[in-house]
Design a protein around this ligand. Structure first.
Ligand SMILES: Cc1cc2nc3c(=O)[nH]c(=O)nc-3n(C[C@H](O)[C@H](O)[C@H](O)COP(=O)(O)OP(=O)(O)OC[C@H]3O[C@@H](n4cnc5c(N)ncnc54)[C@H](O)[C@@H]3O)c2cc1C
Length: 335
C-alpha cells in the first residue's frame, strides 16, 4: 500500500518544438526543473508534442535533466495550433496531477500556458525570472512588478503551480549522455474544436535579437529615427544587430521586435553597446546580464554608467562615426 508520504512530487516542463528543432528555452527550463525536483525529491518529466519527432530529440531532454518524456507524435502538431496542444496537455495534467508545471515565455508558451491554466482553473505566474523552493517546499515564483522597480515573490495556492519563465534567464545544465530515462509514447487526442487554420505562411525577414552575440542599442538620445541607420552600420560591421530602449519604439523610430527590457526582450550578448540610453530599471532588466556593456551617454550621472563596464561620456554622433571609421580602417589593413 502506498502512503501519502511515499507519493513522489511531480514537476513537468513543456518542451517546445518548432519546425524540426526543440527551442533552447526547453533545456533552460529543464536545468531549473532539475534543481527544483532535486530539492523536492520529485520526479522531473517533460512533455514533447510534435510531428515526426525523433527518438534522439526525446533523448536530448533526458540528457538535459528529465527523468521521463511524455511523447506525442501526431500530424495535428505539425503547426503550432494552440487547440490540440492545450487539449492534450490538459488531459495529461488531469492524469499525472503534477505539483508544478513550467512553460517557456516564448510567443507560443505565453499563448498556451494561460489557456491550460484556465482550463484547469489554476493560477499562472507569467514572465518569471527566477524560481526557488522555500523551507516549506513551496515554489516561489519571482518576477518584476510595479514596472520592474521591485521583484515580487509569488506563492500560488492552486495546483499545479504554473509559471512561464523568460528566455535566457535560467542556466542550462551540461548535457549528460550517460543519463537514463524513460520515453513514454502517448496517444494523441484530436479535439473537435479546430482553432485557427493556417492558410499560408509568409516568412518575415529573420530577426532574433535574443540570440545575437553583439547588440548596438539606441535610445531617446538618438533624437530621430535616422540615428538607427548609423547604429545599423556599426552593428553590421561588428556582425551584430540593432536594439532599442522603449522610447524609440514608442516614437515609431524602430520596430517593437528590437525593444530590450522589462516589456521587451531579455538579452545576454557578449557585447551590448547602449547609445543615448539613460539606463532605467525597465531597460536594465532586459540587458544587465550582458557580458560586456559599453555606454555612450553625454550625461555622466546617467544610471547606465553604473551598470556599464566601459563608459564613454560623449556625444554618440561623434563617437559612433569614429568607431565605424576605425573598424573600417582595421578591416582594410587586414586584407
Ligand atoms: C510598464 C513599463 C514598462 C517599460 N518597459 C521598458 C522596456 O522594456 N525597455 C525600455 O527601454 N524601457 C521601458 N520602459 C520605459 C522606461 O521607464 C524609460 O522611460 C525608458 O527606458 C527610457 O528610454 P531612454 O533611456 O531611451 O530615454 P531617456 O531616459 O530619455 O534617456 C536618454 C539618454 O540619452 C542621453 N543622450 C541625449 N543625447 C545624447 C547624445 N547625443 N549622445 C549620447 N547620449 C545622449 C541622455 O543623457 C539620456 O541619458 C517601461 C516603462 C514602463 C512604465
Amino acid at each position: 500500500m502506498t502512503t501519502s508520504s511515499e507519493i513522489k512530487k511531480k514537476v513537468i516542463v513543456f518542451a517546445e518544438k518548432r519546425d524540426d528543432l526543440i527551442h533552447p528555452i526547453s533545456f533552460e527550463l529543464l536545468g531549473k526543473g532539475r534543481e527544483i525536483a532535486d530539492k523536492l525529491n520529485a520526479e522531473l518529466s517533460c512533455v514533447l508534442l510534435g510531428y515526426r519527432v525523433s527518438r534522439e530529440q526525446a533523448m536530448e531532454l533526458i540528457y538535459y535533466g528529465a527523468d521521463q518524456v511524455f511523447l506525442y507524435d501526431n500530424i495535428v502538431f505539425k503547426e503550432l495550433n494552440i487547440i490540440p496542444y492545450k487539449h492534450n496537455i490538459v488531459q495529461l495534467v488531469k492524469r499525472e496531477k503534477p505539483d508544478i508545471f513550467l512553460f517557456g515565455a516564448t510567443h507560443f508558451g505565453r499563448s498556451l500556458a494561460p489557456r491550460v491554466a484556465a482550463a484547469l482553473e489554476t493560477g499562472l505566474t507569467a514572465d518569471c525570472i527566477d524560481l526557488q523552493v522555500d523551507e516549506n517546499g513551496d515554489l516561489i515564483q519571482i518576477r518584476p512588478a510595479f514596472t520592474g522597480n521591485i521583484l515580487a515573490h509569488i506563492k500560488t495556492k492552486t495546483k499545479p503551480v504554473m509559471s512561464t519563465v523568460r528566455y535566457k534567464v535560467m542556466q542550462m545544465r551540461e548535457k549528460d549522455q550517460a543519463r537514463k530515462g524513460q520515453i513514454i509514447n502517448e496517444a494523441t487526442e484530436v479535439p473537435n474544436e479546430r482553432g485557427p487554420r493556417i492558410i499560408r505562411k509568409e516568412r518575415q525577414a529573420e530577426f532574433n535579437i535574443t540570440e545575437a552575440k553583439i547588440i548596438v542599442s539606441g535610445g531617446r538620445g538618438l533624437g530621430t529615427s535616422e540615428g538607427f541607420k548609423l547604429l545599423k552600420e556599426l552593428a553590421d560591421l561588428l556582425g551584430g544587430v540593432v536594439g532599442a530602449s522603449r522610447t524609440p519604439v514608442d516614437e515609431g523610430w524602430i520596430g517593437k521586435e528590437h525593444q530590450v527590457g522589462f516589456s521587451g526582450n531579455t538579452v545576454k550578448p557578449k557585447l551590448y553597446i547602449a547609445c543615448g540610453i539613460s539606463g532605467s530599471p525597465q531597460h536594465l532588466a532586459g540587458m544587465k546580464e550582458s557580458e560586456t556593456i559599453i555606454a555612450i551617454n553625454t550625461d555622466p550621472s546617467a544610471p547606465i554608467h553604473r551598470t556599464a563596464d566601459y563608459s564613454i561620456i560623449s556625444d554618440l554622433y561623434q563617437v559612433i562615426p569614429e568607431m565605424i571609421k576605425q573598424i573600417k580602417a582595421r578591416k582594410v589593413n587586414r586584407t
